[in-house]
Design a protein around this ligand. Structure first.
Ligand SMILES: Cc1ncc(COP(=O)(O)O)c(C=O)c1O
Length: 407
């Protein structure tokens, strides 16, 4: 099993050598990761040398356009889809907003959308609001005890009017990696499309979207070490059910048809930096061929994160005053672990962690409906500890020591 060279990794992130962050252990990665140096370098070059309208004949403009096009190609290759299935928008929330308009433009009154109860609001409210247009919304409820989704409760919701199932690859609160391939097969059998919110999954390694079977796959690069952008993979299978949302003369442009305004050029160019980082990381760890690079990088991340997931779950399991959200089995989880404690508010725990040099979240993380389904007060929220491959064993020890003092 190849293990991660953590010294090398942390050198790629300026945050780890920034005096103001010294001594801080970062456990709020699900809200947004640190940015890697190649992304910052690409921003600097774009703003200094290429900050002009792209795709014209002059050199700076050509280079700007080429760098933007390259982002489509390189992200697509990591996601195992063709480049003309990748589009950029300002954020995943704005992308789902646009996609909801696109679906509404092709659906009929009485058509059905199924939305899971685990969703961040970005993948929930936009669909629910289509009820105003006569679309029927069915909620695939979570198990109220642990917040998990079970396929058996999806099956009775599917019928021949179902057009879309919207589900997260991994909830930003529950942290379980959902069985996307299985759900894709069931959804396709019913004649519907599957839209997956991959925002909380992708920081832990980009997936093979083709193998997953999702028709639409979304994530945000500011959580994957990059710029503040939303990425949409829209497979060719989904095109017929989507009305283009771009200016009319861009309806046939594969990079623009689902993007109402122009994309943010510099952010797109800088998105290449995420792939620069992944490529360099793989090469540093001896990777040679291009083909298996994405799965090697994902394996490096997983190998680094899994022991830490186990450490934290073991600690939580050792306390009978802590209610874990999501499964206790580390193999089922990404490194996003939330919990509530009856005698102490999440806000108070967040403050005490901050006092001890631990950056962690407290709140409902825009998954307020999930909290309500689980009988939890969204206003009180939960503590969330989210970490990624650059988290160190020293960070984990510091966290567990602090939790032991606080709880
Ligand atoms: C699981 C999940 N989905 C969607 C979003 C929304 O992403 P964005 O901030 O790009 O709109 C978030 C953001 O926190 C998230 O965690």
């Amino acid at each position: 099993m190849l293990s991660l060279d953590l010294d090398y990794v942390r050198k790629q992130f300026p945050a780890f050598s920034t005096p103001s962050l010294e001594g801080q252990a970062f456990f709020e990665n699900a809200g947004g990761s640190y940015m890697c140096q190649p992304v910052i370098d690409r921003f600097a070059r774009y703003f200094e040398q290429r900050k002009v309208q792209p795709y014209y004949a002059f050199a700076a403009s050509k280079e700007a356009g080429m760098e933007m096009d390259l982002a489509h190609v390189r992200l697509a290759s990591y996601l195992n889809v063709p480049a003309d299935e990748v589009m950029f928008g300002p954020s995943t929330s704005q992308n789902t907003y646009v996609l909801a308009q696109a679906f509404a433009g092709r659906m009929s009154v009485g058509d059905v959308i199924i939305v899971s109860g685990q969703e961040h609001e970005a993948n929930s409210g936009v669909w629910r609001r289509l009820e105003d247009k006569g679309i029927t919304i069915r909620i695939w409820e979570v198990d109220p005890d642990d917040g998990r989704l079970h396929i058996e409760t999806l099956l009775p919701l599917l019928d021949d009017r179902t057009r879309l199932v919207a589900m997260t690859h991994c909830s930003n609160v529950v942290g379980e990696i959902n069985p996307v391939r299985k759900v894709a097969d069931i959804t396709h059998e019913a004649g519907a499309l599957l839209l997956i919110d991959g925002v909380s999954y992708c920081p832990h390694g980009f997936p093979d979207v083709d193998a997953l079977g999702a028709d639409i796959y979304l994530f945000s690069t500011y959580k994957t070490y990059g710029p503040h952008q939303g990425v949409m993979v829209i497979r060719h299978t989904a095109r017929a059910l989507l009305a283009p949302q771009a200016h009319f003369f861009n309806h046939d442009n594969p990079m623009k048809w689902m993007v109402p305004a122009g994309p943010d050029h510099a952010q797109m160019a800088a998105a290449n930096g995420v792939i620069d980082y992944f490529d360099a990381l793989d090469a540093h760890h001896g990777g040679q061929d291009d083909k298996n690079r994405p799965s090697r990088v994902a394996a490096l991340f997983k190998n680094a994160e899994t022991p830490h997931i186990k450490t934290l779950l073991d600690y939580i399991g050792s306390r009978n005053d802590v209610r874990l959200i999501g499964p206790a089995d580390p193999a089922r989880r990404a490194a996003t672990i939330s919990f509530v404690v009856p005698h102490l508010s999440a806000g108070a725990i967040g403050q005490r962690l901050a006092d001890r040099g631990i950056m962690a979240g407290a709140g409902h993380y825009y998954a307020a409906r999930l909290f309500s389904q689980m009988g939890l007060d969204p206003a009180a929220g939960a503590v969330r500890l989210s970490f990624v491959h650059y988290t160190s064993s020293a960070d984990m020890t510091k966290l567990i020591t602090a939790l032991d003092e606080i709880l």
